[in-house]
Design a protein around this ligand. Structure first.
Ligand code: TYM
Length: 338
């Protein structure tokens, strides 16, 4: 098993990232069998696809490293690094640009969402971003890629690119690339904004009240949960009763994802209750879950030297692991390299 996944080091690590992806990273890391490897990286090369501040990107990369370690990613068990220290990601992207099709990229919903009405003014990097993402996982022969629901389309594209490359340039008995499978948690694939149950919880939302950050203190978490948008109805006793109530569904989903229960199990306890009782219970649960993470995060983020050392060690290992696939790709394409 080869587990690979990444996160952009922009903004704060929030509850959607944690429940949708990072918690699964930690679980997969902790249940690895000998011979299997987990690689987790900060997608700093992806971050330059949108307008950004270089100083913030540098400190964001170190802070996100601290946040991942605080969540339980152990640099002694997993390979933890940032893309910019492993040039093979960018090299492989270029090699795969010959295989990726314009039509495939034109269908990517994230490009449409992020470029909005300003398509002509969007960066080329934003358009070709999914090819870099394909390179990120194909470079390491990833078999499993733990992600939230919003990344499934990018993973499908990675599979299409791998398949076409293998068909076009490899013999059937010696394909260069492995087709990766996305691993999406059934209960928390898409955590929604606390201000709008139809929008994804996101780092880029202008309102900090829309998300719970893993660095928030107890008072802030409680305040955000209490102010979360809801409706005036009491909670139903079964999931079907949450139809057409996206904000209520989101809060119950968060509760269920954190405790590991089903939505129906949560509703069997809270059905008939109003949000006046449910919100404080959810707030306390989140404080209990997040406080130990934010304490570790605050201690770790001060120690820039250790964080730099973690990334340097991880990058050295990643360069070693990615080397054979990069070489095989150059060779398959007939590129002469001395
Ligand atoms: P990013 O940085 O937006 O998010 C990191 C991970 O968190 C998940 N996620 C969510 N899950 C549930 N609910 C939400 N509201 C929510 N918001 C974010 C994302 O699905 C993701 O798993 N393009 C990627 C980074 C990336 C990557 C890769 C991932 C670059 N290369 C290769 C996997 C493999 C991104 O921007 O994720």
């Amino acid at each position: 098993m080869r587990v690979v996944s990444g996160i952009q080091p922009t903004g704060n690590l929030h509850l959607g990232n944690y429940l949708g992806a990072i918690r699964n990273w930690v679980r997969m890391q902790d249940s690895m069998k000998p011979g299997s490897t987990c690689l987790f990286f900060l997608a700093d090369l992806h971050a330059i696809s949108m307008p950004h501040d270089p100083a913030e990107l540098r400190s964001g990369t170190l802070e996100m490293t601290a946040a991942l370690v605080a969540c339980g990613i152990d640099p002694a068990k997993s390979v933890l690094f940032n893309q910019a220290q492993v040039p093979a990601h960018a090299e492989l992207q270029w090699l795969l640009n010959g295989t990726a099709r314009m039509g495939w990229l034109n269908r990517m919903t994230q490009f449409k969402d992020k470029s909005g009405k300003n398509r002509e003014g969007a960066s080329i990097a934003l358009f070709t971003y999914p090819v870099l993402q394909a390179a990120d996982v194909l470079l390491y022969q990833a078999t499993h890629v733990p992600v939230g629901d919003d990344q499934k389309q990018h993973l499908e594209l990675a599979r299409d690119i791998a398949q076409k490359f293998n068909n076009d340039f490899c013999s059937e008995s010696a394909p260069v690339f492995t087709l990766p499978d996305p691993i999406v948690p059934p209960e928390a694939a898409r955590i929604m904004s606390l201000r709008d149950g139809m929008a994804k919880m996101s780092k880029s939302d202008v309102s900090d009240m829309s998300r719970i950050n893993l660095s928030d203190d107890a008072d802030t978490i409680m305040k955000k949960v209490k102010k979360a948008k809801t409706d005036a109805e009491p909670l139903p006793s079964e999931k079907a009763g949450l139809g057409g109530r996206p904000e209520a569904l989101n809060l119950v989903t968060i509760y269920a994802a954190v405790t590991g229960e089903s939505i129906d199990q949560v509703l069997s306890r809270f059905g008939g209750e109003g949000f006046g009782r449910f919100k404080p219970a959810l707030g306390e649960l989140l404080v209990e879950t997040i406080s130990p993470i934010s304490e570790r995060f605050n201690a770790l983020k001060q120690d820039r030297e250790s964080l730099d050392a973690i990334l340097a060690r991880g990058a050295a290992k990643a360069r070693e692991l990615g080397g054979p696939t990069l070489n095989a790709t150059y060779a398959a394409l007939g590129l002469v390299r001395g």
